[in-house]
Write a protein that binds this ligand. Structure first.
Ligand code: SAM
Length: 344
């Protein structure tokens, strides 16, 4: 795998496969072993872990994670990268590839499949042969069709010989990715809204986006994603990464963040869905007062939203970005309670 860390080898692969990096898919490939090792270090990947990788690209981070983890399931949207990944990762028995859009993938179902299966079914990944399961939707791991797991048209690929993958239960689940910058926020938001059953998420993303995501609530930089992140995770800025270590070189520098997902949050809102609805509505129109930005939420009138804000002890003239986390949760709870009392 070391050979992959060289920009000239990446160029050679691109030439051999006639592959051109798609700007529209945020394809900037990592070409620096030190950076890759440090990202894996930030994620704290250990033997027995289940790692879900978003956007494996040519597989450099995938391979480095697989050196440490029990099993790596990598989800890549670009079908053109599948044969490249299969070639680059052929020596690994603990990597599974899914050709799918992460935004349309039921990540909890992928995790459940991985935990349930643990090892690939023999007919999906015969020893020494890369299974290539095209056609109907399939489980990424066990070869059992699970139509709900993955979007139509998906191909599940098992790379390398079958191996015992996961050490036992409970299996730590760690999500990693050098994220496509154009959809950083939607990816993080989706994983949180879906209540992803993971312990941590370690992502490389554009430096400014990383700072925004980690901005504490009640500060000017805080937006919908940072509010959601702060509520469900403990965010950490882990390291800075120069634009020089990518092929092709992007116009921005990057940062790596790690989001440790809270277990059994002490003060969960009554409804996670309503929490996210308040966050989206409030921060989506951040210049408006809460009274205006939340009107219409859950079908409630301005007067009803005013009552909910009053019940939560929040001035209707405040803006979402001034709210602390517990205040956002209190507003969401008050709206839920009002909704329940007015529309039984
Ligand atoms: N992990 C590789 C690396 O570090 O070299 C590639 C990282 S590159 C910044 C982002 C990767 O995400 C690309 O391989 C791209 O094709 C993939 N990608 C983009 N949009 C995606 C989506 N919606 N779902 C899954 N993968 C996606």
């Amino acid at each position: 795998m070391d050979r992959l860390y060289s920009p000239s080898v990446i160029s050679d692969i691109q030439r051999r496969y006639g592959f051109t990096a798609a700007k529209s898919l945020g394809q900037n490939f990592l070409a620096d072993k030190n950076t890759i090792d440090r990202i894996v270090g930030c994620a704290g990947i250990e033997a027995g872990d289940l790692v879900i990788e978003i956007g494996p690209g040519m597989g450099v981070l995938t391979a480095a994670a697989a050196e440490k983890a029990g099993l790596v399931v990598a989800i890549e949207i670009d079908r053109r990268l599948m044969p490249i990944l299969e070639e680059n990762l052929a020596g690994y028995g603990n990597i599974r590839l899914i050709n799918a859009d992460i935004l349309k993938t039921d990540v909890n179902a992928v995790i459940a499949d991985a935990l349930a299966a643990g090892t690939p079914a023999p007919d999906t990944a015969p020893e020494g042969i890369m299974a290539h399961a095209a056609g109907p939707p399939q489980s990424a791991l066990a070869g059992t069709p699970t139509p709900d797991t993955v979007p139509e048209g998906i191909m599940a690929h098992a790379v390398g010989p079958p191996q015992s993958a996961l050490a036992g239960t409970p299996t730590p689940v760690k999500i990693i990715g050098n994220l496509p910058y154009y959809i950083t926020n939607p990816i993080v938001m989706k994983l949180l809204e879906d209540g992803v059953a993971a312990d941590s998420m370690t992502f490389m993303l554009q430096k400014e986006a990383a700072a925004r995501i980690c901005a504490p609530p009640g500060t000017p930089g805080c937006g919908a994603v940072s509010a959601a992140v702060s509520f469900y995770c403990q965010p950490h800025m882990a390291m800075s990464v120069s634009r020089e270590v990518f092929v092709p070189r992007p116009n921005v520098d990057s940062s790596v963040i790690r989001l440790d997902i809270h277990k059994g949050h002490a003060a969960r809102p009554i409804s996670d869905r309503m929490f996210f609805a308040v966050v989206r509505a409030g921060f989506g129109q951040r210049r408006k007062t809460l009274l205006n930005s939340l009107t219409g939420l859950a079908g409630l009138s301005k007067g009803e939203i005013g009552k909910a804000l009053e019940a939560a002890g929040i001035s209707p003239m405040r803006r979402a970005e001034t709210l602390g986390l517990q205040e956002i949760a209190a507003v969401a709870d008050a709206i839920c309670l009002l909704q329940a009392s007015t529309r039984p």
